[in-house]
Unconditional design. Sequence first.
Lengths: 439, 217
Amino acid sequence: MSGTKLTPVITEYWDDAKPWSIDSYRSHGGYSTLKQSLETDPDDVIATIKDSGLRGRGGAGFPTGMKWSFVPQNDGKPHYLVVNADESEPGACKDIPIMLANPHALIEGVIMTCHAIRAHHAFIYIRGEVPHPIRRVHQAVAEARAAGFIGKNILGTGIDLDVVVHGGAGAYICGEETALLDSLEGLRGQPRLKPPFPAVAGLYASPTVVNNVETITSVPYIIRNGVEWYRGFGTEKSPGFKVWAVSGHVRRPGIYEAPLGITMRELLDYAGGIREGHELKFWLPGGSSVPMLTADHLDTPLTYEDMVEAGSMLGTGTPMVFDETTSVVKAITRWLEFYKHESCGKCTPCREGTYWITGTLEKFQGGFGQEKEVDELVELCNQIMGRSFCALGDAAATPYPGALKYFRSEFTDALTQPPDDLFSPSATMVIPSPAGVAG
Amino acid sequence: MSISEQTLAESRELAGRYPKARSGIVPMLHLMQAEVGMVNSDVIEACAEILDISTAEVVAVATFYTMYRMRTEGGEHHIGVCVNTGCGLLGGDALYEALAVKLGVGHNETTPDGKFTLERIECQAACTHAPVLTVDWEFFDHSTIAEAMDVIDRLTAGEEVLPTRGPAVRGWRAAERTVAGLDDGLADEGGGVDELMLAGLKVAKAAESGVDGTVKK
């Protein structure tokens, strides 16, 4: 056995000359079982994914096979698959690399999933600010079409499928599945009230499955290698492998694919540890929408359940790591400015609440907050939590109470002294500071 | 109407990709913006006519998304600096300041010569590569201030500028056509799989062959 817990599956051949090409993907077994899969009863495909225990990689961790099984059958309506490739969560940077390096695994997953949910039309909604991944996915669809994997009567199975690649236009909220559907229908990207859930009334009010890029990309590997193989990775409740993207103050930030259940300490080791001469201050398991953790949680397994137990969430599984030079007040303020900017304005608690939280945090940032505001802000967050249509409101209400739990003194220190005085901004930087640039 | 026949034909083709034409509005706006440089009344009227909806409905959509320029034309090149926590604190703030001084413009402003539009952008999904600079939405990963200054100088001089992941920059309007969904034939260009994306694979392969094994259990 090798001495590593890393398990490159999705990332296994990313060091090929052109891993994004159909030839490269096929040389590693890609599309080899597609025909067989399309000849399998759709319900059996759903059962396989259910049995595999695959859970959504977009943040919520909902069991994928169960989501698929909610799509009503023989309802006479068209069904749709929509791939959520609107990766915009601060800290999340795994789907863009997957689309750059391995778009064909995503496409094969799309074809297999459409068969399972009896859809003949799939959409891949990619955020608009990333032309290169958009090019790669367009090309992958064209190559798959030329090879007969997309189009009419795929591989003689009688199955028809059309895949449309759709570029967005800059709106974080469109990563929320119902906002994404509104956006894809040509409307402002604002969330819908659930229920009805998309599986019943989604795109064009028809049954629709919305899945994250990494989720769909995992599908062909499970179908090819089987449930037992897949469950050989990870834990009982959080099986499988995951593309972890480790960023922040680490020596070797980047993509590390490993099973769920690996610990942050292990991932940190692979990433070379905290940068030279510094120590860990706080980290977030998966995006700015999950509560921060500290060095006390380094040995907690990175699974959906264990992260909740530890008071956070696995989220997108893209750990951000910050060292002792980082001002928590500044970090949190910046995230709240983001939520304020991205709140779609539909629900009052989120629209107004993000405005008020940000205003108060900016006072702390300036060093002139009032002591009572430290706790008032928690109450304000409580008034947003659970009171909006979608999770953006909850996400905006998360960072501050999470930070206060571990770093209360930083907020009280900021009442008299601006965080920029207490934490030198240039010390937090990983590039030479302006002073270091001659002229 | 100032929208060219070619763009109108391409817009209709975009709308035709969907079961319901209105789904094509977001790509259509990108495409027309690529020609006009902004979403002006000509663009709005053309979209409304093709989709058979009111101009108010088009405006409602266009004003929701940050990539559309509703008030002024965008410059030849779009310069984006991520200032969200992961990039901003790690150097993005300083990058933005330096660029604002060099270009003499602020957020969402265009230099008087029409060459550059500067924007503070939100998370670009490249946090592993912080701090991230974008030119015409291509990745200039882990950019230093010196590198960013050099990029501006070379673009000003009309030289070819290569991102860290992606093809040589061609201008903001060309990028808008790509985002709209028109093939630019550049999918194979510019690598796109860099050392950071291979970080885990390298460790795993080294451990497999017994060479390095950064972590030994």
